[in-house]
Design a protein around this ligand. Structure first.
Ligand SMILES: [Zn+2]
Length: 109
């Protein structure tokens, strides 16, 4: 993968997973690397009334994030900006294991 050119506030290149477009003008609080969104539409949630009279289901999103001064990435998990959680990679792995167990239990007949 071709590395992106460094902007003036970067001391080192972006992590391999970063898809953010950084700028020399980024505010210090916004100097964060972001990964690709993983989205799941939640079919059992109440639909939102969007502008234009269109109804839409909420989406849960997860992505990697790391401010350029953080020592490692975290996973941000959220629901359309209403509830956001920052998980360490270990916490996300623990949650993934728990979800996998629940899925396996739920699919047993
Ligand atoms: Zn980056």
């Amino acid at each position: 993968m071709e590395s992106k050119p460094l902007v003036i506030w970067q001391a080192k290149p972006c992590p391999e997973w970063c898809v953010a477009r950084h700028s020399d003008a980024d505010h210090p609080e916004d100097r964060t690397h972001y990964g690709t969104d993983h989205e799941v539409t939640m079919s059992q949630q109440r639909a939102h009334d969007m502008l234009g009279g269109r109804w839409t289901l909420p989406v849960v999103r997860a992505f990697l994030a790391q401010h350029h001064r953080e020592i490692g990435p975290r996973i941000e998990l959220g629901n359309d900006g209403k509830a956001w959680f920052d998980l360490t990679l270990d916490e996300a792995e623990e949650l993934t294991g728990g979800l996998s167990q629940l899925i396996a239990q739920g699919r047993r007949r």
